[in-house]
Design a protein around this ligand. Sequence first.
Ligand code: M6R
Length: 618
Amino acid sequence: MCGIIGYVGGKQAAPILLDGLRRLEYRGYDSAGVAVLDRAELGVRKKTGKIDEGIARELAADPVQGTMGIAHTRWATHGAPSDENSHPHLDASGRIAVVHNGVIENYEQMRERLLAAGHTFQSSTDTEVLAHLIGEHYEKYQDEPDRAGALTRAVSGALREVIGTYGLAVVSTEAPGVMVGARRGSPLIVGIGHDENFLTSDANAIVAHTREVVFLNDYDVVTMTAERFDVVNLGTDTATVQISKLEFDAEDSQRGEFEHFMLKEIHEQPRTVENALRGRIDQEGATARFGGLNMTPAELRGVQRIIIAASGTSWHAALIGEYLIEGLAHVPVEVEFAHEFCYRMTPVRRDTLVLVISQSGETADTLMALREAQRRGHKALAIVNVVGSTIAREADGGIYMHAGPEIGVASTKAFTATLVALTLLAIHLGRMRMLSAGRALEVLRALEALPAQIESLLGQSDAIRELALKYASADDFFFLGRGYSYPTALEGALKLKEISYIHAEGYSAAEMKHGPIALIEETTPCVFVIPQDSMYDKTMANLEMIRARKGPVIALATEGDDLIGKVADDVIFLPRSQEELYPILASVPAQLFAYHLAVARGCDVDKPRNLAKSVTVL
Ligand code: M6R
């Protein structure tokens, strides 16, 4: 949600910033802008719209020169998407430029005070208020010869007045060659180069330039030149700087031969599932093993209850996790929306383990849930994709998804990788309790068969496209299932609505009859997730109820099911597996169906309207 890149070095900054913006675009695409510094000249360009139609054209028509600069791609929070509201924003003197992710909560108050002091504002954003505030503090250091120090002190002084979250980058015409960054609640990363340094909110933007990074901590302020960077923590006045290495390549976040990132990521799933499994199966012990749970077997055995908190697709994965952990380990699980967990009175017993799930590791609601659990004295584990993300660093232990960068805003491979991690965790907990070796091995073997099975499902992409074309004019869809297939249906519906803008509702196939069945008519297709599992007969009865009301039925069923072809209008067959793993298998054709339908309707699949990857505001 919003992206920042800053560069200071010996090369022309604009092409580096523009390339970074393209790599960050999935974080927000309402508008974008750059501020490039050429000695004491500040060239600012901003434009509404996606990068290529907006800022890239603007820079081609009106280039900026200089070897340092900052840039931002925006997902609007305060102020509608417009050229004026785009970042960077300038202070009152026009000497200081600021890009900012996050939300300044007390900005109205600051704005009133600054207006009374004679400031005028060009935008309705909280960031412009912050820029003016930094400028006001900077005035105090007018006579200081150390301009870099003055800028750092001005930023620090302003931030002490601010309530809210920020990841920000600041430059000033009076301190050429110096960039100041700061973070609280919104990620910021220093990229260390040779005679050049970078500042970004997302490692994807800089991995083509460097793999050496420092993940800044909350309240860190960094002062950076081409040659060095110094970090001070506003809270402690000291800072620990730990250099990490990025473990992925720039190519991993490129589209390659695929038309969209989403399609590429759907097709990566045989490999990402394999990666999520690698090294984690213990055949001899008929269990799963993890390197980073940071809990002793005794502690894990002592867990009597688990709360899983997450948002969006990760929340759907959590619901499937509930079935997995209760089914395989017999540990009661409660799933919470991360934001609800934070703000309602959730009694959490001492013997409860809290688990949060987040692909990005930066979702504000989920981060809050993690912190809330820890504040209450609980161990909190996390299942996370992005290595080095805030949740990954703050959790007491956890499991990496190993799905690689997910750029498509609609989560696909991270979802299935999460399900693999949850299945392994359920087996791990189950084997410490009453799960038999035989049953565990059945599921473990089925997990190992997944990559080849997903490959065969991907081979059905053309047939699924045909199906999507058949239903492309529908205005409403239902996705229905029972047992494990119920949360799978919720996720199928979310995929369809977020990228195709078709109204789609995920529902329990059994619950339909208590109300929503009133909506079924000949123009309301129902996607039934109906593998041959323990709920098959019951789901079939629910399917008949839809048929009796003339609702078209698309079934995701198991190969070898001879009955389904007779009752469904269309069938996509899934390879045979264990009940626990059908959510993974059924999700692949559901993702392809949503993808092809969105393409058929001319939607921008990778950048759906109003959305952004990773929501870092509450
Ligand atoms: O990064 P996270 O897993 O914490 O993200 C949570 C949701 O914002 C995310 O899953 C969102 O629902 C996606 N757009 C789903 O495709």
